[in-house]
Design a protein around this ligand. Structure first.
Ligand code: PRP
Ligand code: URA
Length: 209
């Protein structure tokens, strides 16, 4: 089961254009990342299970669906993935939140793990992993391997911008997950930054550098 969903919604594409603009400041950038998280979350969660409860309208009683159980976990890859979390929590406020800390070594571009705290147990949950950027794919692949080691099975990965190289690697190493991409960009440069991209997502969200 390999499922890749490339977003084409005009609202998402408009907001991504604002993100790309180097003149977009931290405040607007952070708000846009959160909004895109919500819009992409709405799409990615369209297969959440529901169950009927009985509700009384002003006119009569009727069965009507609600989300079944409290079975969602959102797992941002720190730091930049944090920016998308609130948007998804606006949709599902009861979701649990895990955190995986990874940074890319500037020389090798390989991810280095520094933190992992996941909801326990995680086996039964739908897990949405968030990171705005899928570049070489190393961070996403390692984060998803960690989640699988903890027992996670139903995994969705959500990114705003993907490079073809990272998307291919993620599909190859984790063919059993669903992947949601806001926009598929052209390529990586010699420093493994995405072109045209939007620069360093973590720095732009948090105003560092
Ligand atoms: C960025 C980004 C991803 C990773 C993508 O994080 O948020 O996690 O790089 O690159 P990859 O696909 O080649 O692994 P970074 O390491 O810059 O950390 P930060 O979010 O703390 O800034
Ligand atoms: N991480 C980012 O934040 N931006 C890129 O273009 C690549 C990795």
């Amino acid at each position: 089961m390999e499922e890749v969903y490339i977003n084409h919604h005009p609202l998402v594409q408009h907001k991504i254009t604002r993100l790309r603009d180097k003149n977009t400041g931290t405040n607007e950038f952070r708000k846009l990342v959160e909004e895109i998280g919500m819009l992409m979350g709405y799409e990615a969660l369209n297969d959440l299970e529901t169950e009927d409860i009985e509700v009384e309208t002003p006119l009569e009683k009727t069965p009507s669906p609600v989300i079944a159980g409290r079975k969602l976990a959102v797992v941002p890859i720190l730091r930049a993935g944090l920016g998308m979390v609130e948007g998804i929590l606006d949709l599902v406020p009861t979701a649990k939140v895990g955190h995986i800390g990874l940074y890319r070594d500037p020389g090798t571009h390989e991810p280095v793990e520094y933190y992992c705290k996941l909801p326990d147990p995680i086996e039964q949950r739908v897990i949405v992993v968030t990171d705005p950027m899928l570049a070489t794919g190393g961070s996403a692949c390692d984060a998803i391997s960690l989640i699988k080691q903890h027992g996670g099975r139903r995994i969705k990965f959500m990114c705003i911008i993907a490079a073809p190289e990272g998307l291919e690697r993620l599909k190859r190493e984790h063919p059993d997950i669903q992947i949601y991409v806001g926009h598929l960009d052209r390529e990586l440069n010699e420093n493994a930054y995405i072109l045209p991209g939007l620069g360093d997502a973590g720095d732009r969200i948090f105003g560092t550098k």
